[in-house]
Design a protein around this ligand. Sequence first.
Ligand SMILES: Nc1ncnc2c1ncn2[C@@H]1O[C@H](COP(=O)(O)OP(=O)(O)OP(=O)(O)O)[C@@H](O)[C@H]1O
Ligand SMILES: [Mg+2]
Length: 620
Amino acid sequence: MLDGSMDPSVLCALSGRLPGGNAGTLGSFTPSEPRPGAAALARAGPPAEPNGRTIRAVPDVHDPPADSDLADLTFLFSDIEGSTRLWETEAGRMRVALDAHDRLTRDAVVAHGGWIVKTTGDGAHAAFERPLDALNATVALQLALADPQATGGLPLRVRCGLHRGWHERRGNDYYGRDVNRAARIGSIAHGGQVLVSQAVAEAVAGALPEGVALKDLGRVRLRDLSSPERVHQVLHPGLRADFPALRSLESTPNNLSQQLNAFIGRESDLAEVARLLREHRLVTLLGTGGIGKSRLSVQLGAELLDRHADGVWLVELAPLSDEALVPQAVAGVLGVKEAPGGSVLDALLDFVRERRLLIILDNCEHLLAACADLAKRLLRAGAGLTLLATSREALHIAGECSYPVPALTTPRPQPLAAGGPDAESLSRHTAVQLFVDRARGALPAFRIEPRNAAAVAEICQRLDGIPLAIELAAARVRALPVTAIAERLRESFRLLATTDQTVLPRQRTLRVLIDWSHDLLAPPERALLRRLAVFAGGWTLDAAEAVCAGDGLEADEVLDLLTLLVEKSLASMDLDTGRYRLLDTVRHYARERLVEAGEQPALRDRHLSPFVDQYGAFEF
Ligand SMILES: Nc1ncnc2c1ncn2[C@@H]1O[C@H](COP(=O)(O)OP(=O)(O)OP(=O)(O)O)[C@@H](O)[C@H]1O
Ligand SMILES: [Mg+2]
């Protein structure tokens, strides 16, 4: 039940919600904003070039060059370390220092041919056509900031990250994986440190100005949970050189695994739940299947590592069917073992007592009572413990704060007479961003064009912005034009509208979509999908071959079929472990198909063979 009027705990989430759905929290320049001119430059004093020369005062501009649409750009993200604390303790001086900081940043960027994309309250996002210009601007900025007098006597330590690559321009802003990656690289730096990606390091190799060098810091895992990035620190005699270890994913213990694709949007959800987790020790992300609760929880875990010195630990409960095993599942993840004569629960309570931990209980809905009971005990035992649960239903314990996870934003239906949606306004919607990202994964040349824009908008609307449904539809772009996908969906929904009216609209949408994806599978793919439902907690290729082959499926076909299911987003593979899994919603669907096909007795027998037993749990 997600009705805020019925459940007071929901109110804690809604009261602080920002208006405007998923709107970002970053400020951006507007044409009316005052820009510093020559006078401001003179006041600040001209920053020095990395090679000692002074940079020239240039007219202030922030608009990107007209042809920056297609160019491969280099992005700078900067951020003042400890700005929250400075605002709390030195508000007056901070205001002056921040003004100076903004001015120095703009001056350094503009003097090197770049432009400010937006300011972020305590940092900036800038873009450059040439990587070397970006690097020189950043060094110039750091050199200028190295003198505390430049910021009114309050020293500001700014972390900076540079990365170059693909982007999508909307108005004066830039979006896309490489833009996000630049921000992530900046976020792991320490104040005063400049980090550049491998792509930037390669681009500037051999062209570095005198005195500037790069130090290879190796491959690090970023907090977007994407594949590791090799980063380099910029060295200059005028800048600090030694810093503590990077603030990467590895710097705090955790078991968050690398994600295969980009996390899209949800800036305000991330900010809001992070805020709620400061005030409440149990926050439950609520929502229908496939809405993105688990993915949001993992992303939050990565973002909140700094708050939890003893780690962030994700406990996947979806594969568990026995309530009594919930404490074991948590203990297993934390590496806690019972003392001789004691219970696992006692050992767990003992473990959390003195630690600062965030435990994510993922997919609690089928084990509500056990999760509620364990949560109560854990929270009572450990004052430094915070719990984040994901569930289709609240745990209903005292102190719980529920946060209904909204769907991604979708474009409004437009009358045909309006000429259809344009690519730029469509791309503002996070459902469209997800569709495009996943479609590009299947077909790299995919982009929104006038001939497919209306169909993309229609797909996202019909699928109610449910991420799982959108992923399943987008995975089809290699085989079907988007107009055909939209047409087939229209047909499926027409059929549905005349049949089952009892199911909630969102659940119906997802059901139609999974049905639809299933109907498009070839018979051997369908057979494999339904048989994979016997694995409760994921499986290896060997196990799938041993258990699922037979009755029309050859063992040596399994790998190819599995690959096809992964390509169609019906199954996924964990890069770290090489194990495969079905999302919970898909697995339930596959299980129904298995029962319908009458295959479960044969599957159970094959699964129980001693050879296969070691690979994964069988569940029915
Ligand atoms: N913000 C997002 N960015 C990118 N992908 C997302 C996002 N949200 C969800 N997804 C993807 O959509 C799919 C469904 O999301 P998820 O598994 O988090 O849903 P859920 O609400 O936990 O569903 P269930 O109730 O079945 O557990 C996953 O493949 C996930 O990676
Ligand atoms: Mg989930």
